[in-house]
Structure formats: structure tokens, C-alpha cells
Design a protein around this ligand. Structure first.
Ligand code: CTP
Ligand SMILES: C[C@](O)(CO)[C@H](O)COP(=O)(O)O
Length: 228
């Protein structure tokens, strides 16, 4: 039987409120240089020849997205949930019948505008033949402390900070998120896959792919996006 070549699609969770940014509008719409944050993220996928299609999941009442997405460039899914986990799960359910079970889904935070073609290609090259899937991540380079009444040092050997995209086959990702229950534990897509007893591949990312979370992150992101 002729093998169907798997496609690579992007799914951008963009239904957050950006509480830690404490801005007047959801942080994914704040300007980073000349463009809104989400537009940088969208453009990285839309301009990649490796990505067959891009989906953006926003809250049902989002008032900003229509001015951001170039017509036809991406599909907007208005099914965002109360947590990132729920937003991704809702989007995957909405894509039932549109995606093939073996399609690779690259889930990438709207809040990581520094993603570029090189990082997308690096992840796909490294994970495209992996039996589980994988994600971009950065090895920890600072000493790690656990706070509280008795401060202690956490051995950093083997510790990584997860980035996105996190890429998994559509069916596996659906199954993993369907089984996930606690959004405070399943804070990324890989943790849902790990909860099935599987081990995603870690691929070294880049500091430019930071998650813009706090006000000070805006300038850092602008610095990286100003450089070619
Ligand atoms: N209910 C949610 C919460 C988050 N996200 C998305 O998940 C990504 C990473 O989440 P985070 O950086 O925490 O964004 P916010 O939840 O908006 O930020 P905060 O936690 O400060 O409110 C963001 O692109 C955000 O839009 C989402 O799609 N749906
Ligand atoms: C998915 C993620 O970016 C990986 O580090 C992170 O878990 C998102 O966390 P947030 O609290 O939803 O920003």
C-alpha cells in the first residue's frame, strides 16, 4: 500500500490573557518591534516550506485576531479553553477529520515570537523519524535552587528548560491530552505524552525562542527580532 507522506502542521495556542504581563490587551497582541507578537510567530510558520498549514487557537470572544491573520494564510479556531492544555485539546478535537493520525503537529506558543525557520527545520530534522516526538529545549546553565523554608540546590545535570514547538503525531497528541486531567501539572504537551510512559526527544533550541511572559521580556524579544 502506498505510504501517505506525513504532513507537518503548526498549532499555535493564542488564547491566553497574559496576566503576568499585566498589559491592557492580551500579550500575544502587544507590539514586538514593528509587528504584533503573534504575527511574528505566525510568519515563522507561514513562511516555512516545511509547514503544510498553520492553525491558531484563540478564545471564542477574541477581538484582535482577524486583523492579525493574513487572509488564507492560517485557520483560526475559536475554541480556546481555561488553560493552555485545554486550548490545545479543544483545537485538536476541532481538527478531527481534517488531520491524518500520522500528521505531525508542531504546537508552538504564540508567546514565543523568536522562532525562526532554522529552529523549525532543526526540530523536524531531529524528530521527524522519532517513534514518539520531541521538543526544543535549553540545557540549564545556572545553578538551580528550590525555594521555601529550607533552600536547597537541585542538581542541574540533565535538566532542560522546555521550549516549543513540541511536535507529536496527531493521534498520539490527541490520546495524550484526552488522558490529561490536571492543567497545573500538564503545562506543556510533552508532559502529557510523558504521562503515557513515553519519552520525547529533547532538541537544543535557542535563547531567542524565549517565552515572552514578563514586561522585561519584551525588550529581549525585540533585540533578537531586530537581528537577522
Ligand atoms: N488558556 C490558555 C492559556 C495560555 N494559552 C497560550 O499558551 C501560551 C503559553 O502560555 P503563557 O505564556 O502562560 O500565556 P498566558 O497564559 O497568556 O500568560 P499568563 O500565564 O501570564 O496569564 C501562550 O501563547 C498563550 O496564549 C492558551 O492558548 N490558552
Ligand atoms: C509550553 C511551555 O512554554 C514550555 O516551557 C510552558 O510550559 C508554558 O507555560 P505557561 O505557564 O503556559 O506559559
Amino acid at each position: 500500500m502506498k505510504q501517505i507522506a506525513p504532513r507537518y502542521v503548526a498549532l499555535i495556542p493564542a488564547a491566553g490573557v497574559g496576566a503576568r504581563m499585566a498589559s491592557s490587551s492580551p500579550k500575544q497582541y502587544l507590539p514586538i518591534g514593528a509587528k504584533p507578537m503573534l504575527r511574528h510567530t505566525l510568519d515563522a510558520f507561514v513562511s516555512s516550506p516545511l509547514i503544510a498549514h498553520t492553525y491558531v487557537v484563540v478564545s471564542a470572544h477574541d477581538e484582535y485576531i482577524d486583523a492579525i491573520v493574513p487572509s488564507g494564510a492560517a485557520t483560526v479556531l475559536r475554541c480556546g479553553g481555561a488553560s493552555r492544555m485545554e486550548s490545545v485539546r479543544n483545537a485538536l478535537r476541532a481538527l478531527e477529520g481534517e488531520l491524518h493520525e500520522h500528521d505531525w503537529v508542531l504546537v508552538h506558543d504564540a508567546a514565543r515570537p523568536g522562532l525562526n525557520a532554522a529552529l523549525i527545520g532543526k526540530l523536524i530534522d531531529a524528530v521527524g523519524n522519532d517513534p514518539v516526538g520531541g521538543l526544543l529545549a535549553l540545557p540549564v546553565v545556572d545553578t538551580v535552587k528550590r525555594g521555601g523554608d529550607h533552600v536547597s540546590t537541585v542538581a542541574r545535570g540533565g535538566l532542560w528548560l522546555a521550549q516549543t514547538p513540541q511536535m507529536f503525531r496527531y493521534k498520539l497528541l490527541c490520546d495524550a491530552l484526552a488522558a490529561a486531567t490536571d492543567a497545573s501539572v500538564i503545562t506543556d504537551d510533552a508532559s502529557a505524552v510523558e504521562a503515557l510512559g513515553l519519552s520525547p526527544k529533547l532538541v537544543e533550541g535557542h535563547p531567542r525562542n524565549l517565552k515572552v511572559t514578563l514586561p522585561a521580556d519584551i525588550r529581549i524579544a525585540e533585540m533578537y527580532l531586530a537581528a537577522p
